[in-house]
Ligand binder design. Sequence first.
Ligand code: CTP
Ligand code: MG
Length: 385
Amino acid sequence: MVAAGRGERFGEATPKQFLRLGGATLLELAVEALASTPGVFGVVAVLPADAMEGPRGRWARGLRGILDVVAGGATRAESVRHGLSAVGSAPFVLVHDAARPMATSSLAASVLEATRRHGAAVPAVGVLDTVKEDDGAGFCRQTLDRAVLRLAQTPQGARTDWLTEALDLARRRGIVVTDEAHALELGGRRVALVEGERRNVKITGPEDLEEANAWAEGAGGGDLRVGTGFDVHRFEASRPLVLGGVRFPDEPGLAGHSDADVVLHAAMDAFLGAAGLDDIGVWFPPEDPAFAGSDSRVLAREVAARVAAAGFEPVNLDLTLLAERPRIRDRRAEMRNAIADAFGTEPERIGLKATTAEGLGAVGRREGIACMAAALVRRSRRPGR
Ligand code: CTP
Ligand code: MG
């Protein structure tokens, strides 16, 4: 993991690899993506020489998956050489820029697979724009054939012996290589091309970090998923009424296996649907005695955990209660808080409305209460997962 640059083009005193994207630094995100890739034994971080003994060095040594921390060199290629000296007897190595926090571990896995097969591999994406060569005087010299052009990314993979030899050769010839594939090409090795990821941009200037933040926040083309839920329960006057995790003491309750909280049930199905998971009937079977009389807030917490494990976090939840009674207006704030708490999110993200059925249908005839829900989730903010 090369993280020894100064980030001069970024223009901040703190080198960019130590800046934050969402809750984590670029370096941390990049390390996380590699460390969680099957087949990766560990990560050697190459840091600026002056950061080795300070708090940044200590912090980097403590990151999950870090094997060793070494000081970088004057160029990226020199930093890679320093890193290679600490990888030991590993037969293959991936070299990744700490400035690419958006790379996923599935990308690292496909580079690793191609590296095992071909000896060296680089992720790259096709060029979408027409490419001009500048004649140096502000005019077009010519148009290049974009069909054969590729933009190289990292992590790049190679047999460790090939890469060590290639970097030594480039150094002896005095050629400044800007990536590993370049050195390998000079050394006569064939480097396989693997499909890269458009989002895997290198953070160079502040605008790149802004864009990455927008992506990570889900604003700029983030992965959003919507789900809907519906539930209805018949009145059973002898039971306590629970709606949205809140008790209504003087109201007739609802029949059901659990506490019959139609609001939380509709909400759970909406979240599960959004995440593409099975519905509550599958997770908490009505015939299973374990769930008899259970508090739906506990079930909602479990649903929230499953949605998170599937890689999603709540954006918002909107609920419409269909009931002739009770009136929920005075308890609405309390219900929103309880619902937000059950799903591990903020009350501002919960919409809650109620309507009567104007005497129409089963709800109108006061046979029961129904609830409709819509939930929006997004891929969790941590890129690389
Ligand atoms: N890098 C390195 N050692 C160097 C130079 C660069 O380890 N001597 C690392 C950077 O930390 C970064 C990656 O190589 O993760 C890609 O380099 P680049 O984007 O150019 O980063 P910087 O060199 O830090 O930025 P700048 O060129 O703007 O100074
Ligand atoms: Mg640089």
